[in-house]
Write a protein that binds this ligand. Structure first.
Ligand code: PXG
Length: 461
């Protein structure tokens, strides 16, 4: 284990945090009551350390991103070398840099098929903004400027910018800031456990896909630009659709000539045991958003994979696509992302997720099925979920509403040394792809222990 490099005055840092720092997606009242944030000081492998000396197994790979694990010296080295040679240059002035071009080629190789072009940004939200603008621009060039509508799902997560929140289907996010912006239509999500408990999975898949077609017909197919969805909804609670869902969605998009966008910000770069989730589900999107795992979170970078027929339109019609960011194609971020992908390749982490650790997590989670609090366990690759219910054999929640049990179990997991997310009443995990069997044993063991500890608390409520 790495020794601490620095000694921090944690009390001082917490004081400064409270005095000056506003953390992301936080209840600032709660943070204030806690006297500031928990200060995470260092990490290695799958373990993070806080300033009070506590080590936690990182069941979330940071925030669904640190796929190659912490402490990769070669990623630091490559950033250092690139910064000395060329820390920054833009792609606005008919210019590009070596790492940017090489990363584009590498991502295109992983995307395969006709997804052979890549547009860079810094975050997953920005990738979704790029999709929003590129898709509308494309239809304008095609002489169909009325095709503006995006169809998305309730409980989808596509980011925190105005376009990201609008494309997303989080009602609490919509409520802040009068969103969504016009032109986004939300339909039912393929969340069998939560919304169609007991229904036959394939009948449900057909019904959920039909909801998309119904909406297309309701707004007029000639007005619909694209359908966007995460292959598996991550922030929505690791919602794994029935197998038939995605092929049906693809067929509907093709039927009406609508672009298919896969938001692979979480599912990209090996999470499901393929380089991308669409490859797992056997569909061919026209656009693919990616971020997080592209650099394992070591530096901020995101990308949009773009199909050749869209690029052909841009090239044929010409004229500026007046969109892009200062940091589009940032050479240092690109160099780190490229090396990160090389690590995934060299260590066979995608295959390992598909053939070894993914099935192992699935088998371990299955051991929780008998627990009196567990309504369902599900996983795909190294994305897992445990549904907490008040009554075995149902999807009923404690207190008759969602979100009572989840935070309790999550906090117990953290106390017991495991960082996980509690999304409403779903405990989700997304560990680094380097996780070992022993660490997966510990991950599931801590969830089991925390469920045991939560049981009397919840029954007494
Ligand atoms: N799309 C998807 C599918 C995501 O999961 C984004 C876009 C936005 O990426 P950026 O880099 O702009 O954050 C995400 C991000 C959560 C949580 O609560 C999930 C995300 C971000 C923040 C919180 O689980 N996912």
């Amino acid at each position: 284990m790495n020794a601490p490099i620095r000694n921090y005055d944690i009390a001082e840092l917490r004081r400064l945090d409270l005095a000056h720092h506003l953390p992301a997606q936080a209840d600032h009242k709660v943070i204030a009551e806690l006297g500031g944030s928990r200060i995470i000081t260092r990490a290695e492998g799958c373990t993070i350390h806080d300033g009070d000396g506590m080590a936690l197994l990182d069941g979330m790979a940071g925030l669904w991103c640190v796929n190659v694990g912490y402490g990769r010296k070669e990623l630091a080295d490559v950033a250092y070398e690139q910064m000395l040679e060329l820390p920054y240059y833009n792609t606005f002035f008919k210019t590009a840099t070596p790492p940017t071009v090489r990363l584009a080629a590498k991502v295109a190789e992983k995307l395969g098929g006709d997804l052979q072009h890549v547009f860079f940004n810094s975050s997953g939200s920005e990738a979704n903004d790029t999709v929003f603008r590129l898709v509308r621009h494309y239809w304008g060039l095609k002489g169909q400027p009325q095709r503006k509508i995006f169809i998305s799902r309730w409980n989808a997560y596509h980011g925190s910018t105005v376009a990201g929140v609008s494309l997303g289907g989080m009602k609490a996010m919509h409520a802040q800031g009068d969103l969504p912006i016009p032109g986004v239509e939300h339909v039912m999500q393929p969340y069998l456990f939560g919304e169609a408990f007991g229904e036959d999975p394939e009948a449900f898949a057909s019904r959920a896909a039909q909801a998309i077609e119904d909406r297309i017909l309701a707004v007029g197919p000639e007005n619909v630009a694209a359908f966007i969805g995460e292959p598996i909804q991550g922030a929505g609670g690791v919602v794994i659709p029935p197998d038939g869902y995605w092929p049906k969605v693809e067929a509907i998009c093709r039927k009406y000539g609508i672009l298919l966008v896969c938001d692979e910000v979480i599912t990209g770069f090996g999470r499901l045991g393929e380089w991308f989730g669409f490859q797992h589900y056997g569909v061919k999107p026209d656009l693919v958003c990616m971020a997080k795992g592209i650099s394992s979170g070591y530096l901020p970078i995101s990308a949009v994979g773009v199909a050749d027929h869209i690029v052909a339109e841009l090239r044929e019609k010409g004229g500026d696509f007046v969109h892009g960011y200062t940091y589009s194609g940032h050479p240092t971020c690109a160099a780190v992302a490229l090396r990160n992908i090389e690590i995934l390749e060299r260590e066979g982490l995608v295959d390992r997720t598909r053939n070894d650790t993914g099935p192992y997590l699935e088998a371990k989670l299955a051991t929780l099925s008998d627990h009196p609090l567990v309504g369902e366990v599900r996983s795909k690759g190294l994305l897992g979920a445990v549904e907490i219910v008040s009554e075995k054999g149902t999807n009923h929640r404690f207190g008759g509403k969602e979100g009572t049990a989840g935070p309790i179990v999550r906090d117990l997991c953290i106390k017991n040394g495991l960082m996980v997310r509690g999304i409403r009443d779903t405990i989700v995990c997304c560990p680094p792809l380097i996780i070992t069997h022993a660490e997966l044993d510990r991950l599931v063991g801590i969830i089991a222990q925390s469920l045991d500890e939560a049981l009397p608390i919840l029954k007494a409520m």
